[in-house]
Design a protein around this ligand. Structure first.
Ligand SMILES: [Zn+2]
Length: 73
């Protein structure tokens, strides 16, 4: 059962919300060195979204059979 929110509780909630709004944490991409606040952590490495997509493409490219899919659209 939940009682009514008291003034103090409301105040505390508000403060918590404000605290959650602190600046995003920036990390440095371990591949290109760019500082980003949106990043992926893969196997302990920090990658920006660009590098993450690049690596994913590379992985996919490596897995692909050679000679397959030329001139796709
Ligand atoms: Zn990067």
């Amino acid at each position: 059962m939940r009682g009514e929110e008291t003034e103090a509780e409301r105040r505390r909630r508000w403060i918590e919300r404000e605290a959650a709004k602190t600046q995003p944490k920036t990390m440095r991409c371990s591949k290109c060195g760019k500082e980003v606040d949106e990043y992926m952590e893969i196997a302990g490495r920090v990658l920006c979204v660009d590098c993450f997509l690049l690596e994913e493409n590379e992985e996919r490219g490596a897995m692909r059979m050679p000679g397959e899919g030329s001139g796709g659209g």
